[in-house]
Design a protein around this ligand. Structure first.
Ligand code: GLC
Length: 437
């Protein structure tokens, strides 16, 4: 019996790696099922904001079209390194328990060995519809290991009512302006009795989110990155970067709560959405939540590019998520059908309108329904296509270690454990060791 099961698994793997045209007879209203077999597909999905609800709704719609396939959506931890830990456990055990994985834009290189090639499940037109840079990011040794689902870029959220109240006619153009404006608004709001009011909230916990925020501070101040993606040079140890991190440390306990050094995205959003912050750095998903009917700040905020540093330009870190199919899945065709549907044009359009998730399908940025629901997808289009990427391709399969070293160093500056110059000197050495591996 066991041998038979093993045989089936091998067969399934062999079948899954033979690149054939996979458009099957079952095709309901544009939704492709790819197989007639009965299968249960487990999708490991994020649960930040309304992500989980959106994924569940997509699963329902898919099951209606492909009744032979049952889709179970599994909730995974919010913080990137926690989620990665869970995935690695499953991959190391070669577990068939999860079929479809929501993977971060930084993971294709680190996780490729555990994922199947999804290119055979897509038409040329479907592939060409996505931003080419994301397709390229997700292609490892010629294999498309993840279908782009949504893209992300860091943004500045600001309270339009409070800017007006304090006499500002535009959001801050530089980090120094932000520091000053945040302090003035915070002082004013506190003087009126709101003791819980803060100037600026962001992601300061020791995790991937801090890598994203810190790269924005670094790149906008000094034009350097963690590791230069072209040359492989480690660029963190320079005056501008040190200055940028010292400035961020000066926010802690002044315009940002002491607790910001344990904040992830949702912690920042909770303070912001309760009406207790003038500015927030976050991803686009916070826009539609902030404008929900039950939100105290509905209609009272807008988004802008993040402030510029000494370089004169701002920087937004590239984020985003893909759907991937595990090499250990016992139902790769059914799993691929789910991934293809969930990343499809219709689903990306729905997610953009309902949840302000940025499509990876370019034409949706010209779609009138999308632009009406999320006007900044049009007005800030340049921000989305001029992002700075984390060095995941050049450091693969060690990107996670690189990021852990970077955010640990930055976190130690924010908490005052180390001065910025020492932290960068040591980080440079650590990164050199990692890159020599
Ligand atoms: C967002 C981004 C992702 C990033 C994460 C950090 O989810 O899309 O790329 O790694 O935030 O917290």
């Amino acid at each position: 019996m066991r041998k038979f099961a093993a045989f089936l698994l091998v067969l399934a793997l062999v079948v899954s790696i033979v690149p054939t045209a996979r458009i099957s007879a079952q095709d309901d209203g544009g939704i492709k099922c790819f197989t007639d077999e009965e299968a249960t597909v487990v999708v490991a999905a994020g649960a930040v904001g309304i992500e989980l609800q959106l994924a569940q709704e997509a699963a329902e719609a898919f099951m209606e079209a492909c009744p032979n396939i049952t889709v179970n959506v599994l909730e995974t931890p919010d913080m990137v390194q926690d989620r990665l830990g869970l995935y690695l456990q499953l991959f190391e055990a070669e577990s068939p328990d999860v079929d479809v994985f929501q993977i971060d834009v930084i993971w294709p290189g680190d996780l490729a060995e555990h994922l199947i090639d999804l290119r055979p499940y897509l038409t040329d037109e479907e592939v060409a519809a996505h931003f080419p840079a994301i397709i390229q990011n997700n292609t490892v040794d010629g294999k498309l290991v993840g279908i782009p689902w949504f893209t992300d870029a860091g943004l500045l959220y600001y309270r339009t009512d409070l800017l007006e109240k304090y006499g500002y006619d535009a959001p801050p153009a530089t980090w120094d302006e932000l520091t000053e404006m945040a302090q003035v608004i915070q002082d004013g709001e506190r003087a009126e009795g709101n003791d819980e009011f803060w100037g600026f909230v962001w992601q300061g916990n020791a995790y991937e989110g801090l890598t994203c925020d810190a790269l924005e501070w670094e790149y906008s101040e000094s034009d350097t990155q963690i590791i230069n993606p072209e040359t492989g040079e480690i660029e963190v140890n320079n005056e501008g970067t040190i200055r940028a991190f010292e400035r961020a440390a000066s926010w802690v306990g002044t315009i940002s709560p002491d607790g910001v050094t344990s904040y992830a995205e949702e912690d920042a959003r909770n303070v912001w959405q309760a009406g207790n912050a003038a500015f927030m750095r976050n991803w686009p998903y916070a826009y539609s939540l902030g404008n929900a009917d039950d939100s105290p700040i509905k209609g009272l905020f807008d988004v802008a590019p993040l402030p510029a540093g000494a370089t004169g330009h701002s920087a937004a870190t590239l984020g985003g998520w893909q759907l991937a199919v595990s090499r250990y899945s016992e139902h790769p065709d059914a799993a691929a059908a789910v991934a293809v549907y969930m990343t499809s044009y219709d689903e990306q359009k729905r997610r953009a309108i309902v949840g302000s998730y940025n499509p990876t399908i370019m034409s949706l940025y010209e779609d009138p329904d999308v632009l009406e629901a999320v006007p900044f997808f049009g007005s800030l289009y340049d921000v989305f296509i001029n992002t700075v990427a984390r060095p995941s391709t050049i450091s693969a399969p060690h990107y996670n270690e690189v990021s852990v070293a970077y955010f640990t160093a930055v976190h130690s500056i924010l908490t005052g454990e180390q001065d910025a110059a020492t932290a960068m000197e040591l980080l440079e050495l650590d990164l050199a060791d990692l890159m020599a591996q």
